[in-house]
Design a protein around this ligand. Structure first.
Ligand SMILES: Cc1ncc(COP(=O)(O)O)c(C=O)c1O
Length: 353
């Protein structure tokens, strides 16, 4: 079957592009002695996680316990879960998971550490816990290296836990600052007698500067597998030819000369703008703008002088934000050179718990 024969809207992954993204990243990190721990939230597909591992990745990174359970069910056992687990229900699920997978988690507070310690010591298990460090993203994480070492010591003292290292998800363009922050934190840990086995850095925008964070031992990119419009148009990663995830859509209405409607709306493209104008880029008509979305309609403007839309025309949309679009589809089709080879269930889709 050809991609053009698929019913629309649908998500298609170009396998050649995807494998090229994976190989290039693996070769780069190998060259610099950094372990690759891909974040699977971008694809949520166990088969793709297995491909990443086959090409050399060291385990995976998950954001949600539900994602980690899906990966473990698929036989992937080296998992770093980069989320503070707080509720008793999740802590109980974590214990079950720890019985069948080599799971590590992060913590940025004494409350998180106490909850983890309680369930792990009761289960007679030892869980590696990394201190989450906020090196500038202003999300989770301790905000100073001094706090990082205090939490590292708290983990080290807690029954059922082992201090596993430091983890950060840095903001874009912050390589030097991230390195300085983490280097100070590692030094403080060492001076207090704690070995820092893992320093886990992440992100796609600064992926190919990862080696400049010299204190890091591993890198956790997620979006690098698919890329998206945000990364191309902010010059953060690759070009249109590096975008592996594409949404195929069709022109279904052409009410006026300068605008048309495609059959992909917010339920197919998501409403994420990420600071961009428009809700995706149409590869066949780079000058058209998806200026608005209803749930099932994409409102497209074709500027004067551009090619007029034709009802029934198939278009290829590069979504603004690949990771959320992944979460909208039950399956993605996998294609090479326009031919559909197979499809994969997005098995961790909707796993927000
Ligand atoms: C904790 C953590 N690590 C790694 C990543 C991967 O980032 P990116 O998609 O920029 O590669 C993310 C993305 O949200 C994240 O939250």
């Amino acid at each position: 079957m050809l991609v053009q024969d698929l019913d629309t809207p649908c998500a298609v992954v170009d396998l050649d592009v995807m494998e090229n993204n994976l190989r290039r990243c693996q070769a780069y990190l190998d060259r610099h002695g950094l372990r690759l721990r891909p974040h699977i939230k971008t694809h949520k597909i166990p088969e793709f996680a297995h491909t990443q591992i086959r090409l050399g990745a060291k385990g995976v990174n998950c954001q949600k316990l539900g994602e980690a359970e899906v990966m473990a069910d698929a036989g992937i056992t080296d998992i770093l879960l980069t989320y503070n687990l707080i509720s008793q229900t999740k802590l109980d699920r974590l214990v079950s998971l720890a019985h069948r997978a080599d799971i590590k988690v992060v913590a940025d507070s004494r409350e998180t550490i106490e909850g983890l310690s309680f369930v792990m010591s009761r289960a007679g298990l030892t869980l590696p816990v990394l201190v989450e460090c906020d090196t500038g993203a202003l999300r989770c994480g301790v905000t100073t290296p001094a706090e990082a070492v205090e939490l590292a010591q708290a983990i080290d003292r807690s029954p059922g836990l082992a201090f596993g290292g430091l983890m950060t998800y840095p903001p874009k363009n912050s390589v030097a600052n991230t390195n300085a922050w983490l280097t100070e934190a590692v030094d403080l840990c060492k001076r207090s007698g704690l070995a820092v086995e893992t320093v886990s850095n992440g992100g796609t925008p600064d992926l190919y500067s990862a080696h400049e964070v010299t204190v890091a031992t591993e890198h956790r990119p997620g979006t690098y597998i698919y890329s998206d419009r945000y990364h191309v148009e902010t010059h953060s990663f690759g070009d249109w030819g590096d975008c592996a995830l594409r949404i195929q859509a069709r022109v279904v209405s052409h009410a006026a000369a300068d605008r048309c409607v495609i059959d992909a709306g917010s339920k197919s493209l998501s409403s994420d703008l990420l600071g961009l104008q428009g809700y995706g880029r149409i590869l066949e008509h780079l000058d058209w703008e998806i200026y608005g979305l209803s749930e099932e309609h994409g409102h497209v403007r074709a500027p004067p002088g551009s090619e007029a839309p034709r009802i029934g025309e198939l278009v290829t949309v590069i979504p603004n934000h690949a990771c959320v679009v992944t979460n909208l589809y039950d399956r993605v089709y996998a294609a090479r050179q326009g031919r559909v080879e197979t499809f994969y269930e997005v098995a961790a889709r909707g796993k927000v718990l």
